[in-house]
Design a protein around this ligand. Structure first.
Ligand SMILES: Nc1nc2c(ncn2[C@@H]2O[C@H](COP(=O)(O)OP(=O)(O)OP(=O)(O)O)[C@@H](O)[C@H]2O)c(=O)[nH]1
Ligand SMILES: [Mg+2]
Length: 466
């Protein structure tokens, strides 16, 4: 939707250059800087860019034309094409009056472009009136480049759809594309101004406003409104809704930055629970009755405290949602589980890695046994429940069970059978379990004998054998 710059009296439209990474979106704007005089345009800016590829967007404004008696300004904005940044991409395209979809022209690149264009269409179909899309077939100089007709076909465009051929790095087709896009946006803006008058138009935002919206918790809130995520915990929440309070708030801030970077990957979603990985964190959220949220948070915090040295730095936080439900979030630093490590080592027939993973699991079992015997705390001792953070074995869950020496012994016994093809790794596992349990002192002697008895190998420890 066109906006109105009330300070300078401009009608402002936004043309968003979208398309796969490397297609030439930024190259279009760079060429436009050469094409138009400094009186007609602003400066090209590419906020927080660290290498060749776009991190947030590129921004260039261009003056020219009249709409409803007011001078017209076009804001030209590119999206970042990298998949990992798609959240930023969607945010940007949703603000477009017209989209220029830039693609390379070879058959291989067009396959990627078709998929990208389909995703774009799905995204735009969420709003009733999606903006028009103009396709630019760039890199026509590349060997094997197809004609514009063949490109329209490869992208599945409707019959008669126009494709603008371009060789952006040499300035060919760049001006034609932008003129066509701005004309199209101006015609739409004209209709809008005639129908509603300029007073009904929103205020224009500049590139700093846009960057602010792409960064931080604003993006998060947008994801929530879209229904991609349950209600999110607020770093400014009541102290009783965040545990541990101080470091928890810092984690919530870091998580917000991670979401804003667009880098979160859902791993499972149901109406009652979601789990996902986001910028170094493993995050789960489950629905709880609103009036039980704080009790549940306290119970889980107590369980974490009881884990002692096995605990990770987990943050718990409640996000209140409208109605009778809240969401209880648990945020832990990402670590691959011992199950994943065992699995990868077995699949890759990598005995050295297997030995490392088994030694870590031996330490996990020893710690679980100590908790069961000394502290009356039971853990789920499957390898999937443990990981290693900074060289320390940790319990990746906050779920406690009834303490049971037999359960630890059974888990310990499962390893020799599972890893029978790597006898040296199994020997190292036995030795690690034996040594770690021995260090835990006499209180564990009986439990230790029970656990080791089930897996006694060719070299049982002297102490047990005697
Ligand atoms: N041969 C050739 N190279 C081009 C053409 N247009 C752009 N390039 C080059 O393609 C590369 C990628 O172009 P960019 O404009 O950075 O790509 P982008 O679409 O902005 O990519 P992201 O920022 O990652 O989304 C650059 O090295 C350009 O110089 C062209 O028409 N022909
Ligand atoms: Mg770019």
């Amino acid at each position: 939707m066109a906006t109105f710059d009330r300070s300078y009296g401009y009608i402002v439209v936004r043309v968003v250059y979208d398309g796969p990474s490397g297609a030439g979106k930024t190259a279009n704007l760079k060429q436009l800087v050469q094409t138009f005089s400094a009186q007609r345009r602003g400066a090209l800016s590419s906020p927080r860019q660290v290498d060749e590829t776009t991190a947030y967007f590129d921004w260039l404004s261009l003056n020219g034309g009249v709409v409803g008696g007011y001078p017209l300004r076009a804001q030209l904005v590119t999206t970042p094409g990298r998949d990992a940044l798609s959240r930023r991409r969607w945010h940007l395209v949703e603000q477009a009056d017209v989209i220029v979809f830039v693609t390379e022209s070879t058959p291989a690149a067009l396959k990627v472009a078709r998929r990208s264009l389909e995703l774009l269409r799905v995204r735009l179909s969420r709003s009733s009136l999606g903006p028009p899309i103009i396709v630019q077939a760039n890199k026509q100089d590349a060997p094997g480049a197809l004609s514009t007709e063949a490109i329209a076909d490869a992208l599945g465009l409707p019959p008669g759809a126009e494709v603008v051929p371009a060789q952006t790095s040499d300035g060919i087709g760049v001006r034609e594309t932008v003129v066509r896009a701005i004309r199209c946006a101006a015609a739409l803006a004209d209709r809008d101004v005639v129908a509603r008058g300029v007073d009904a138009l929103d205020d224009t935002e500049d590139e700093h406003d846009l960057l602010g919206r792409l960064d931080g918790s604003t993006m998060l809130r947008a994801a929530v409104e879209h229904g991609d995520l349950p209600a999110l915990p607020d770093e400014d929440a009541d102290g009783r809704d965040v545990w541990p309070e101080r470091s928890g708030r810092a984690v919530l801030r870091a998580l917000a930055r991670g979401f804003a970077a667009g880098a979160f990957v859902p791993s499972s979603t149901s109406p009652d629970a979601v789990s996902l990985r986001a910028s170094g964190f493993f995050v789960t959220s489950s629905r709880v009755a609103a009036d039980a949220g704080r009790d549940e948070l306290r119970a889980r915090a107590r369980a974490l405290i009881r884990l002692g040295a096995l605990s990770t730095s987990t943050t718990l936080a409640i996000a209140r949602a409208p109605g009778a439900w809240s969401w209880l979030w648990a945020i832990t630093p990402c670590a691959s589980t011992l199950e994943e490590r065992l699995d990868a080592a077995c699949t890759g027939d990598d005995e050295a890695r297997l030995t490392e993973a088994l030694e870590a699991y031996a330490r996990a079992l020893a710690a679980a046994l100590a908790l069961a015997v000394r502290d009356d705390v039971g853990l789920d001792v499957a390898p999937a429940r443990f990981g290693e953070v900074d060289g320390r074995v940790v319990y990746l869950s906050d779920r406690l069970t009834a303490p049971s020496v037999a359960a630890v012994a059974e888990a310990a016994r499962a390893i020799p059978a599972r890893c029978a093809r790597w006898p040296a790794a199994v020997d190292a596992y036995r030795a690690a379990l034996d040594a770690t349990l021995a260090r835990r002192g006499p209180l564990l002697a009986r439990a230790r004998a029970e656990v080791l008895a089930g897996i006694a190998g060719p070299h049982p420890s002297r102490e047990l054998a005697s």
